[in-house]
Design a protein around this ligand. Structure first.
Ligand code: HEC
Ligand code: HEC
Length: 289
């Protein structure tokens, strides 16, 4: 379902009737991708209209406020072309070429394929336009100038799209694409350095950083009694239930409900395979047995 979606009709017919940016893309596939990527979580304030912005995101750089991404022409993306959207998602730049802050997870989204970007763009057109101005970010003095981001990008950004590794198993590659580029599990579960770059060798090792502490979800070492099976992982992704029978809460349950639950079985299996493939936690951290 998340793969390439065939375009109905001939592209030239469609192009005659609509702006080029609206030609391709399936909004329903886009909705699943958006749920998995958590777009509305950061772009909707409590009780606010979906995508209209205002949500406060505390980080070590200060507090960001997700901007309005509804199709409103003045305050949202209504005047953007698909190319503008692609530049934001893949290159982390706004239509004027200014750097965007990596609080917007473009360092992950840069991996999203052209087809999936079109699906997301098609989905965005279905949000109700809301004429709500953006709330300014409230950043620490050292982070206020967007020019500092040029330096950050040299260490924190590698441009996509995602490519499977040479000889990589296609199911694993699909799972890695979903887990790293779209769902960016590491966005919440991987600890970061002082400048907000994911710490090497600590993928999915858990962090107490705001907005919510996120546990260590690395696989347990082989033979550990706490180790999750493949089916345990698939169940978590489908229902949000752990092997102990607890349900996850907060942002994680939202991700399950709006994203991983709605994936095809094949994509959920692939995501679970990738998750199992990240380097395990060291044996010493499992000494509670
Ligand atoms: C973790 C929070 C977070 C998530 C998840 C997130 N965004 Fe954002 N987004 C932000 C923040 C914060 C900004 C503002 C960045 C800046 O000012 O440089 C932003 C900026 C943007 C912009 C640029 C808007 C503008 O006016 O310049 C677009 C487009 C966008 N996001 C779309 C999306 C889409 C589509 C998704 C899902 C695929 C998404 N975002 C997911 C936090 C998030
Ligand atoms: C928006 C932030 C965010 C993202 C993205 C995210 N998680 Fe989580 N995750 C959390 C938080 C917060 C918790 C703790 C939830 C709770 O308190 O129940 C959690 C809990 C979990 C747990 C429960 C661990 C346990 O032992 O109880 C698992 C498993 C998990 N996440 C896996 C994933 C996977 C796999 C992905 C990517 C597909 C992912 N998470 C993406 C925030 C996130």
């Amino acid at each position: 379902m998340l793969g390439v979606v065939a375009l109905g009709g001939s592209p030239s017919d469609a192009a005659a009737a609509q702006p080029a940016s609206a030609v391709a893309g399936d909004p329903e596939a886009g909705a699943v991708l958006a749920g998995l990527a958590g777009c509305l979580a950061c772009h909707t304030e409590e009780g606010g209209a979906p995508g209209a912005g205002g949500y406060a995101l505390p980080t070590q750089w200060g507090t960001f406020h997700g901007p309005n991404i509804t199709p409103d022409p003045e305050h949202g993306l209504g005047a953007w072309t698909f190319e503008d959207f692609e530049r934001a998602m893949r290159h982390g730049r706004d239509p004027d070429g200014r750097f965007l802050y990596p609080a917007f997870p473009y360092p992950s989204y840069t991996g999203i394929s052209d087809d999936d970007l079109r699906h997301l763009w098609a989905w965005l057109q279905f949000l109700d336009p809301v004429a709500q101005p953006d709330t300014p970010h409230d950043l620490n003095p050292g982070a206020r100038a967007r020019s500092v981001l040029g330096l950050w990008r040299m260490v924190g950004f590698r441009r996509g799209p995602f490519e499977p590794a040479r000889g990589e198993d296609p199911v694993l590659a699909r799972g890695r694409y979903l887990g790293e580029a779209v769902a960016h599990c590491g966005g919440c579960h991987t600890p970061r350095s002082g400048i907000g770059v994911p710490r090497r060798g600590a993928e999915l090792a858990g962090t107490d950083a705001p907005p919510e502490p996120s546990p260590d979800i690395r696989p347990h070492p082989a033979g550990d009694p706490h180790a999750w099976s493949h089916d345990d992982r698939v169940t978590l992704l489908a229902y949000g239930m752990t092997p102990e029978g607890d349900f996850v809460g907060g942002e994680m349950m939202r991700l399950v409900e709006e994203g991983t639950r709605r994936l095809s079985d094949a994509d959920r299996e692939a995501l679970a395979r990738w998750w199992h493939s990240v380097p395990p936690r060291p044996a010493s951290s499992a000494d509670d047995r």
